[in-house]
Unconditional design. Structure first.
Ligand code: ZN
Length: 254
C-alpha cells in the first residue's frame, strides 16, 4: 500500500477524468491514502470540502491548510486575521492532518520576501500551537528558512519536493525533517535522502513522473515514483512501500 502525501487532487479534474476515475486509478496502483494540500485560504477550503466529501464515500483522503509563498496577494494583510481564524476553525476538520504547503520561494521575482517570512511565522505559530505537522515548500531560500525553523518546536514535518543542495539536505536530516520525493526524481538530477527518511508524493497535477511526462499527473503515479525508488535504493518495491508508508502514517497520523 502506498500513500500520496502531497497532491492537489481537489483542484479539478477537467483534464484527466472524474474524481471517481482518479480514485480508481489510484487504487489500481495500490495508492490507498491521499493527502490533498491547500495553497491559499480559498483553496484550503476546497481541499477540506473535497476531503470530507470523499471520506464520507469511503476514501482515505485527508487534507492540509496551506498558504503557498507565491499565493500571497498584495492585500493579504487586510484579510490575514480573518484567514488565520478560519484556518484555526478548519483545522478541527476530522480529515485535517496538517499545515501546508507553506514556506519561502525566492525563485521568482515579484513576491515580497519580507511578506513571505511574516506569513510563514504566523503559520508556524499555528502549527506549533495545534501540534500539526507541516508540508514545507522551500525554494532557493534555505539561508532564511533555517533560522525561522529553529525558532519553533514542530511535530516531525516534511520538506516537500526537495531539490536543493547536499548541504541543506544534511541540515534537514539533522533537524529531523523528512523529504518528499516526487516525479522530479525520475527526470531531474537531484540529491536524495536515505530511504528511511523519505515519503512519496506526486504534487499532482504538476511534476508528472517519467514515463508519463506531458500527461496530467495523478495520485496513482506514486507507483512510478516507488518503482524509481526501488531501482535507486536497490531494494524491492515491497520494501519501498513498507518504509515510505510507515513514515507517512506516523508523520501525518493516518
Ligand atoms: Zn504542491
Amino acid at each position: 500500500m502506498l500513500v500520496d502525501t502531497h497532491t492537489h487532487i481537489h483542484e479539478g479534474f477537467d483534464r484527466d477524468g472524474t474524481p471517481e476515475e482518479v480514485f480508481a486509478h489510484a487504487h489500481e496502483n495500490g495508492v490507498e491514502k491521499i493527502i490533498t494540500i491547500g495553497t491559499s485560504p480559498e483553496d484550503s477550503e476546497k481541499a477540506r470540502q473535497f476531503a470530507e466529501e470523499w471520506a464520507k464515500k469511503g476514501e482515505k483522503i485527508y487534507w492540509t491548510w496551506g498558504y503557498h509563498p507565491n499565493m500571497y496577494e498584495e492585500k493579504f494583510r487586510e484579510t490575514l486575521t480573518n484567514d488565520l481564524n478560519m484556518a484555526l476553525k478548519a483545522l478541527e476538520s476530522p480529515q485535517n492532518v496538517g499545515i501546508g504547503e507553506i514556506g519561502l520561494d525566492y525563485h521568482f521575482d515579484g513576491f515580497d520576501r519580507e511578506r513571505q517570512r511574516e506569513l510563514l511565522l504566523e503559520l508556524l505559530q499555528i502549527a506549533q500551537d495545534q501540534k500539526k505537522p507541516v508540508s514545507f515548500h522551500i525554494r532557493e531560500a534555505f539561508d532564511d528558512f533555517w533560522p525561522i525553523f529553529d525558532n519553533f518546536h514542530l511535530p516531525t514535518s516534511v520538506l516537500h519536493s526537495y531539490s536543493d543542495s547536499k548541504k541543506n539536505l544534511k541540515i534537514a536530516l539533522e533537524k529531523d525533517l523528512y523529504i518528499g520525493v516526487n516525479g522530479l526524481a525520475t527526470f531531474a538530477d537531484i540529491v536524495h535522502a536515505p530511504l528511511e527518511r523519505i515519503v512519496l508524493e506526486t504534487d499532482a497535477p504538476y511534476l508528472t513522473p517519467a514515463p508519463f511526462r506531458g500527461k496530467m499527473n495523478k495520485p496513482g503515479y506514486v507507483r512510478n515514483i516507488a518503482e524509481w525508488a526501488s531501482e535507486y535504493y536497490k531494494v524491492s518495491i515491497a520494501e519501498v512501500e513498507k518504509i515510505t508508508t510507515k513514515n507517512a502514517e506516523s508523520i501525518y497520523k493516518i
